[in-house]
Design a protein around this ligand. Structure first.
Ligand SMILES: Nc1ncnc2c1ncn2[C@@H]1O[C@H](COP(=O)(O)OP(=O)(O)OP(=O)(O)O)[C@@H](O)[C@H]1O
Length: 248
């Protein structure tokens, strides 16, 4: 798995009379972790969906190229705020949902799914139903499913926003460890989350929105809460986001 970098050009999106953004351009280097922030409604999720090639109303456009020139299809995983576990499959079945949809039911797939569950610390819960898990555990299953797909590009839309603050910090450690080396784009509302995990920070700002890059700390990730650079830059990032909101 050699993750590609992504180059987005001419990203434009209009809903009704409102142009959310027009002709955005941005680069996501191979094996880098980018966090995308911005005020609510600025179009973060829509941009991520467009990069993923997911369905949107047809008044949008985006040109996407990969650094290796190969198609992104089959190399992409999506992780959302809602864990998207299906209630009629047990935990193990949820991890290997993609394999089932593709008609792969080999013993090696089952073994791999168990391996991924072990990585997220849920080996013992393979036969549990999703309803019996906590929100944090469900997100860990979701992470195991992302790992099972072995995608080199991972797009995450507020993946940790529905869990409590302490679980979120634990999930940061886990996600960082397990997704290292992949090309990750993560939408988040949480400046601290971005400052702990990101190598690059982009803010969607203005109306129509443009992408403003902000300096991320240069200390090793996942950064500690009391990392001096995290503290300093948090003030600047919050100010940037507040200015974004005020400007609307
Ligand atoms: N399918 C759709 N049809 C019409 N309008 C939409 C559609 N999807 C999103 N919008 C509008 O586009 C805008 C951007 O939505 P989007 O979810 O991309 O923003 P966001 O920055 O991710 O917001 P949040 O942080 O609140 O999740 C919002 O005003 C939303 O109401």
């Amino acid at each position: 798995m050699t993750p590609p970098g992504l180059h987005v050009r001419n990203a434009s999106l209009t809903f009704g009379q409102r142009a959310l953004f027009s002709k955005l351009e941005c680069e996501f280097p191979a094996s880098s972790w980018t966090c995308l922030l911005g005020r609510s409604g600025s179009g973060k999720s829509s941009l991520l969906r467009m990069i993923a090639g997911l369905h949107l109303p047809d008044n949008h456009h985006l040109d996407l190229t990969t650094s290796d020139g190969e198609a992104l299809r089959g190399r992409l995983a999506w992780m959302a705020q809602q864990d998207l576990l299906v209630p009629w499959e047990r935990v193990l079945g949820n991890v290997m949902l993609g394999a089932r949809w593709r008609g792969e039911r080999s013993a090696s797939a089952v073994a791999r799914a168990r391996e991924m569950l072990a990585l997220v610390g849920l080996a013992e819960r393979a036969d549990a139903w999703p309803a019996a898990l906590s929100g944090g555990q469900r997100q860990r299953v979701s992470l195991a499913r992302t790992l099972f797909e072995d995608a080199s590009v991972v797009l995450m839309d507020e993946p940790f926003s529905a869990v409590d603050a302490i679980t979120r910090l634990e999930l940061h450690e886990l996600a960082y460890r397990l997704l290292a080396e992949r090309t990750v784009i993560m939408v988040t509302h949480d400046p601290l989350e971005a400052l702990r995990l990101a190598e690059r920070i982009l803010v969607l700002k203005g109306d129509p929105a443009r992408l403003v890059p902000l300096a991320a700390p240069e200390t090793p990730r996942p950064r500690a809460l009391d990392d001096a650079e995290v503290q300093t830059r948090q003030t600047a990032l919050v100010a940037e986001l507040r200015e974004t909101a005020d400007a609307q």
